[in-house]
Design a protein around this ligand. Structure first.
Ligand SMILES: *[C@@H]1O[C@H](CO)[C@@H](O)[C@H](O)[C@H]1NC(C)=O
Ligand SMILES: *[C@@H]1O[C@H](CO)[C@@H](O)[C@H](O)[C@H]1NC(C)=O
Ligand SMILES: *[C@@H]1O[C@H](CO)[C@@H](O)[C@H](O)[C@H]1NC(C)=O
Ligand SMILES: *[C@@H]1O[C@H](CO)[C@@H](O)[C@H](O)[C@H]1NC(C)=O
Ligand SMILES: *[C@@H]1O[C@H](CO)[C@@H](O)[C@H](O)[C@H]1NC(C)=O
Length: 373
């Protein structure tokens, strides 16, 4: 009898706890909180748009082992599991963000407009520079048009839109690294890629202005990663010239310098936007230093020190990455323990690394946001 009472008490507590977790965003602090998130960007944030844009299954991140760790299925996320946007949604007490291209999806808590392979500059602008965007035409500009038509059909007026977005979070990126990647892998020099920076940053700044027009009060603008540390670049720009690599992490200095240059311009643009929009909270998210922190603490964080620059899913070479045989192609093996790897497929990071990046951002870049982890 006593045992039975105890059991029912435990069950009641479990029920209440479950209720509380499921309703955390309703029971949590009244203000400030988020009830919606709108995400723009490319493969580091796409939760299923590209695979719906191009449903043949032949595109990037469309097949197993993508998704193997969390979803047990390829959802279109370019990792083995959750992305930064998923951790953001979780810590705001919201459901995972649905991709805009999912027909009939519930967008009451926001929309994900990010598309794998997307560029900050319109594909026509890139084409005029002889740069091809091979995977999608849905650049940032098109994603912003998607947002405009979404709000056009869901808000009754401009003021209604502003009221609805008082508790929304807008995530603008990371975007822009594909513009440089396509340029460099299609034969442009670092110097030529650097000349693109003001235009790329201008496109992102325009994006910030546009979401503010729809009532955004909180905008996060991430910078680029140190992609010179990623297997994809380390393989593509492999050289016997040891001075091309930095001594601490063995990353490609010139490539990282391009990311630094982009990030400096982006932060300047954000400072100007802040001055012009004093009522809006605009935050730079320092993805660059979040990633370097993981590299510097790799062993402590449980990563295999011999595989820091190797892809988990790949088919050999110095960085376990091969341009002609990507992850998810037939015969490409997966490492037995993705928790020991930073890089998932050579271009994107593992769920475990994304989680650690998110935690670093929470403590260093996103401290002003009502997120809990
Ligand atoms: C796997 O993901 C695809 C694409 O999102 C979806 O169509 C399919 O229903 C999913 N399968 C399972 C078993 O969840
Ligand atoms: C917004 O909706 C109106 C009427 O439904 C339409 O005429 C207009 O073109 C739409 N604008 C955009 C940007 O979708
Ligand atoms: C690097 O040096 C090795 C021999 O020392 C040579 O076989 C290889 O082609 C060189 N690689 C490059 C990228 O120059
Ligand atoms: C990085 O770029 C700046 C100018 O953009 C240049 O002055 C500097 O020497 C570069 N550093 C490296 C390590 O390439
Ligand atoms: C990539 O794989 C091809 C065979 O599919 C091989 O010829 C080539 O050497 C590999 N490249 C690297 C960098 O390992």
């Amino acid at each position: 009898m006593a045992n039975l009472t105890f059991l029912s008490l435990v069950l009641t507590l479990l029920f209440l706890l479950n209720f509380q977790v499921r309703n955390a965003h309703k029971l949590g602090p009244k203000f400030p909180y988020f009830d919606k998130i709108y995400q723009f960007g490319a493969s580091k944030a796409d939760t299923g748009n590209l695979i719906r844009e191009n449903p043949s299954g032949s595109t990037l991140c469309a097949r197993f082992p993508y998704g193997e760790t969390f979803f047990m299925n390829a959802t279109g996320r370019c990792s083995n599991g959750l992305l930064i946007i998923d951790y953001t949604a979780l810590s705001a007490g919201l459901p995972f963000l649905k991709p805009y291209k999912e027909i009939g999806a519930d967008f009451s808590n926001g929309v994900n407009f990010a598309v794998t392979g997307a560029t900050a500059l319109p594909v026509e602008t890139l084409a005029a520079m002889n740069i091809l965007s091979p995977y999608t035409r849905t650049s940032l500009h098109v994603q912003l048009d998607w947002m405009a038509s979404f709000f056009n059909s869901t808000c009754h007026s401009n003021t209604d839109c502003a009221e609805r977005n008082a508790n929304s979070l807008f995530m603008l990126g990371e975007i822009g690294s594909n513009d440089y990647t396509y340029a460099l892998f299609q034969g442009k020099s670092i110097q030529e890629a650097k000349q693109m920076v003001p235009q790329v940053v201008g496109a992102i700044a325009n994006g910030v202005r546009r979401v503010i027009q729809f009532g955004a009060t909180r905008v996060v603008v991430p910078g680029n990663f140190p992609v010179g540390c990623f297997p994809f670049y380390l393989t593509g720009f492999q050289t016997n010239d040891s001075t091309a690599y930095d001594e601490q992490f063995h990353c490609l200095k010139d490539i990282n310098n391009l990311s630094i240059y982009h990030n400096e311009h982006l932060q300047q643009a954000i400072d100007e936007l802040k001055t012009q929009n004093p009522k809006t909270t605009i935050i730079y998210a320092d993805y660059y230093n979040a990633f370097l922190w993981i590299l510097s603490k790799a062993q402590l964080l449980g990563f295999d020190v011999n595989s820091i620059q190797k892809a988990c899913c790949g088919i050999g070479g110095n960085y376990n990455f091969n341009m002609s045989k990507f992850c998810s192609m037939p015969g490409v093996p997966v490492c037995p323990n993705p928790y020991r790897y930073i890089s998932w497929d050579g271009i994107h990071v593992t769920q475990h690394a994304y989680k650690l990046i998110f935690e670093w951002l929470m403590h260093n870049s996103l401290t002003k946001l009502p997120l809990h982890f």
